[in-house]
Ligand binder design. Structure first.
Ligand code: HEM
Length: 595
């Protein structure tokens, strides 16, 4: 797998792909950014003010791009919570606090309609599934919400294991200082592999083609959706639609990714079926593999999946919604580590306390069992290879992750702080009247002013400051909880059903990352700080410098050279903050540039 990423051609493609890759959430952004189709026009409600254009400008794009947060703040102050703007070739009504909830919770507003209008998304996605094709079908939402999320804790060990392993070979062994030029590309690789294991299962995900599809399907889909954008001629659109949309979508590039999943899964699923039948025959319980593929198999009657290809099509659609968004959120989290190192250190201290406590509890358990055996005159129990194996004492477990309440608060604040722009367009299927009497006429589009929810002065005086631990101890303010002051994952019937998985992955990745690196810095701090509030889908292209925890305790740590030195391998023993002695293998003693 690391070989796959090390291939320079692949890395080039990946880097080029990243700015245009899309997940469902960023589709909304692209939908307004990339369209060449004329907008249907503003709502007919003339009481909604249209923001005045600057002299010599015919749209609001330049002013918005110059400083989105400042532009929105000015508009809110001047025009109130609801106003019209002409942005990205669209006539949009911006809806801000306190009316945002009325968009998310009214089924006559559809974000998929808004995306579909400018990308033709539905045609392409419907062509890779055979069941559940009707508009607004919520099969995957229900499956993720009702079946995956309750089982999420069972995935922690697998996620942690994979992340730990891949962090090692993508970001490096973890004990050198490095310049990572393309953190997004590396996180893409790490998260796509993790998702492949959660979605497809351990055996199927071993096939490198599966992870490749998890990485590249989003890029291919994004490129396809943009295919008709620059040229609006009838014949151009005709050829684009023929290629991708009609002929049953035969040339839809998602098909090859679905086929890759089908090919990798077929022998494994047949074997699972065989084992299940065998267990039934022998009257012994069948231990169901833990992955979304198995969930789909088990629920196929309920949800009407037709065959394996259909299931892989459904998985592929979920991959489009999940991988890029999670990669983006994880990379953005690393940027916050770089922007506010003092807070990252607080997170590290919290994890060490939690893991120390876990280790002490496990030690107590072992001592109890030994004492009992001693009392009973039995042999002293061996713990190696059992659940209480001392080697597992400091593993990142579900209960450890749950106890990291500073991390929960941190993530919520990252989500709040970063989302300060316009996002998530919705189209009105019928005329919708807001509680203040203003209305959006049928066919018009609204876009959510995330800033007005997340930077609302009602949240406290310091909304412009990043205060990551202000929610500690407030269970109602968990990062997954939607509220009028937290709409990072949307709200209402379509709220992101994968948010618990995404947050789990972020906490595990963050924990393992901070175990390895004591310092994360931007190569170009000024440019990096500007990336903190990028919305999902905009490029996160700032290089990071990582200093290993071990390295930080040596003199070399103070200087970061740009040269690559020859590698020497030494085995050493070091002591962590938690006073646990561990053996480490040190490779290369100075800076490496990962390209
Ligand atoms: C940090 C990562 C993620 C972010 C920021 C994110 C964000 C979002 C947002 C904003 C929406 C639209 C909500 C709305 O319209 O109200 C959404 C929908 C969705 N997300 Fe996520 N998401 C993430 C991760 C995931 C993951 C890991 C999965 C799957 C395991 C997933 C599956 C979905 C699905 C299926 C929908 C469509 C829900 C519907 O229309 O009913 N997402 N996501």
């Amino acid at each position: 797998m690391s070989g796959f990423l090390a291939d320079p051609e692949t890395r080039k493609i990946l880097r080029a792909a990243v700015p245009v890759t899309i997940g469902l959430a960023s589709l909304a952004y692209l939908a307004v950014k990339l369209t060449s189709k004329p907008s249907n026009g503003f709502t007919a409600d003339e009481s909604i003010p249209t923001v005045r254009l600057r002299e010599g400008e015919s749209v609001h794009d330049i002013e918005y791009r110059e400083n989105p947060e400042r532009f929105l703040e000015y508009c809110e102050k001047t025009y109130g919570p609801i106003f019209n703007i002409h942005l990205m070739n669209q006539k949009l009504t911006v809806v801000g606090h306190p009316y945002i909830k009325e968009v998310f919770t009214n089924s006559n507003f559809s974000s998929t309609d808004a995306i579909d209008e400018v990308t033709g998304l539905r045609k392409y996605s419907a062509s890779i599934v055979k069941s559940n094709c009707e508009i607004d079908n919520s099969t995957m939402h229900e499956l993720l919400r009702d079946v995956l999320t309750p089982k999420l804790q069972l995935f922690t060990e697998r996620i942690a294991g994979h992340l730990d392993l891949t962090l090692g070979y993508t970001f490096g062994g973890g004990f050198e200082t490095k310049v990572v030029d393309d953190p997004l590309g590396l996180v893409f690789h790490i998260i796509a592999g993790t998702m492949a294991k959660v979605f497809m299962g351990m055996e199927i995900a071993q096939d490198p083609k599966v992870t490749e599809s998890f990485i590249f399907c989003t890029r291919d889909f994004g490129q396809m959706l943009q295919a008709g954008v620059p040229d609006r001629s009838f014949w151009h659109m005709f050829s684009v639609n023929t290629k991708y949309g009609y002929l049953d979508g035969a040339l839809n590039p998602l098909h090859k990714h679905v086929q890759a999943l089908v090919t990798a899964s077929t022998p494994v699923i047949l074997e699972r079926r065989r084992r299940e039948a065998e267990c039934k025959e022998k009257g012994i319980p069948y231990e169901r593999p833990l992955d979304i593929m198995q969930i789909l198999l088990d629920e196929s009657d309920k949800y009407g999946f037709v065959d394996l290809e259909d299931m892989c099509g459904h998985i592929m659609l979920t991959v489009l919604a999940s991988v890029h968004t999670t990669v983006d959120a994880c990379t953005n989290m690393l940027y916050f580590f770089a922007a506010y190192p003092q807070h990252a250190e607080t997170l590290y201290n919290e994890q060490q306390d939690v893991l120390d406590e876990q280790a002490r509890e496990r030690e107590k358990e072992r001592a109890k069992l030994v004492a009992k055996a001693y009392e009973q005159g039995a042999a002293v129990p061996e713990f190696d290879g059992t659940d209480l194996d001392p080697k597992k004492d400091r593993e990142v477990t579900t209960s450890a992750i749950r106890k990291m309440v500073y991390f929960d608060s941190y993530l919520r604040e990252v989500f709040r702080y970063r989302s300060a722009r316009l996002n998530l367009a919705h189209k009105a299927r019928k005329t919708v009247v807001f509680s203040n009497g203003q209305y959006i006429s049928k066919g018009s589009k609204v876009i959510i002013n995330m800033r007005s929810a997340h930077y609302n002065p009602e949240q406290g005086e310091d909304v412009n400051e990043f205060k990551p631990f202000k929610y500690v101890g407030q269970t109602a303010k968990s990062p997954a909880k939607a509220a009028t002051d937290m709409i990072f994952f949307g709200m209402g019937a379509h709220i992101c059903p994968g948010r618990f998985l995404a947050i789990n992955e972020m906490k595990i990745l963050g924990t393992l990352f901070l175990q390895r690196y004591s310092r994360v810095e931007f190569k170009d701090r000024e440019a990096g700080m500007r990336r903190l509030t990028q919305i999902v889908g905009e490029p996160l292209d700032q290089a990071l410098i990582l200093t290993s925890r071990h390295h930080a305790s040596t003199e070399e740590a103070t200087s970061v050279s740009t040269e690559t030195s020859s590698t020497s391998t030494t085995t050493a023993t070091t002591t962590t903050n938690s006073s646990t002695t561990i053996s480490v293998t040190l490779e290369s003693s100075s800076t490496m540039v990962i390209v």
